[in-house]
Design a protein around this ligand. Structure first.
Ligand code: UDP
Ligand code: MG
Length: 318
């Protein structure tokens, strides 16, 4: 069959994985005689990732390298890769071999059956703590409740997308890019296959719980107004309650007089309302901050160097 696969590989400090990754991808591609390109995005690595990529790209023209000017984070690195991909089907894949290359032919088969998006769902997660699995599970639950789009659970960025879908994604201008959400948002004909997720081959994950927490906030605020609505419901509820309390106080004072005590209740009221006001202001602030960021209209990423990218290729304005 005559089609070309673009693999998109964001890389941040992956020197220990590059060679094995390249070999196993090449194996799979040869076995299935696919045409392919591997688009490696060096996301401001502090180790020898770029050096190793240069060497590989020198030996193999199918390796294309985009060296970003600094660390922009995985979501942006992946978006950069999507802009450069020239294949008929595009597959984002991690460099640490957690997304097994053997799964690629399964994705391709479904695609040739006529699906636009084939995502790979994990049935097992090796080498991850129970706490990480639990928080991940909760995250999918919460996001499913709060947003209208359907983000499949236990599905990472590893998936196959048709040219048409990637063209659609490339049109999305937002800077706050919660890719899992955007992948679902574009729609098209989607299906899934399952696989077992391996542990990282080498190196260590760069996602700690603080980063994951921020990732979750990003996902929720990008696709849902629920926190804002929650603030107004909370405000409404509190006003009703205090109105009832006010009536009670007035009647109580009229009929039974006012002995002027009430320091505790006064204190409780002040602290309670102060807290609620700060929380709701914070929620509004989260959204305003994002509006502010979007209005700056900065480019999504900056490229320091391109290797093996034909100068005439692709519309890669961002
Ligand atoms: N990555 C990146 N930029 C970052 C952090 C990670 O490009 O700032 C890449 C990393 O090199 C890897 C992929 O994103 O190819 C997934 O990262 P990691 O394995 O650390 O995440 P996890 O598998 O734990 O979710
Ligand atoms: Mg990983």
């Amino acid at each position: 069959m005559e089609f070309m696969l673009s693999l998109i590989v964001p890389m941040y400090n992956e020197e220990a994985n590059i060679d094995t990754f390249y070999k196993s991808i090449k194996d799979t591609m040869l076995k299935n005689s696919y045409n392919f390109e591997i688009i490696c995005i060096n996301d401001g690595s502090k180790d020898n990732t770029l050096l190793l990529l240069r060497e590989l790209a020198h030996k193999d023209e199918r390796i294309k390298v985009i060296d970003l000017s600094r660390n922009f984070g995985k979501e942006v690195a992946m978006s950069a890769g999507l802009k450069y991909a020239s294949g008929d089907a595009i597959i984002p894949i991690d460099a640490d071999l957690q997304d097994p290359p053997d799964v690629i032919p399964l994705l391709v088969n479904k695609w040739t059956e006529g699906y636009d998006v084939v995502y790979a769902t994990r049935t097992k997660r090796e080498g991850e703590t129970a706490l990480k699995k639990m928080t991940a599970h909760m995250f999918y639950r919460v996001i499913a409740k709060l947003t209208r789009i359907d983000i499949p659970e236990d599905t990472g960025d590893f998936r196959l997308m048709s040219r048409q879908v990637v063209d659609a994604l490339n049109q999305l201008p937002e800077h706050h890019r919660f890719m899992k959400g955007l992948f679902s948002w574009v729609g098209y004909k989607q299906t899934s296959i399952t696989y077992e997720r391996e542990a990282r081959f080498a190196g260590k994950t760069s996602f700690n719980y603080w980063k994951l927490w921020n990732f979750a906030i990003e996902g929720i605020t990008s696709f849902s107004f629920a926190p804002l609505q929650f603030s107004s419901y909370l405000g409404f509820f509190v006003s009703i309650t205090s109105f009832i309390y006010m009536i009670y106080l007035i009647f109580n004072t009229i009929f039974f007089g006012n002995p002027v005590a009430g320091y505790p209740s006064l204190m409780v009221a002040i602290l309670f309302f102060g807290g609620i006001q700060l929380i709701t202001l914070g929620i509004i602030g989260e959204y305003i901050g994002r509006i502010y960021n979007e209005t700056k209209r900065r480019p999504l990423f900056l490229v320091r160097e391109e290797i093996n990218i034909p100068s005439s290729s692709v519309s890669r304005k961002n």
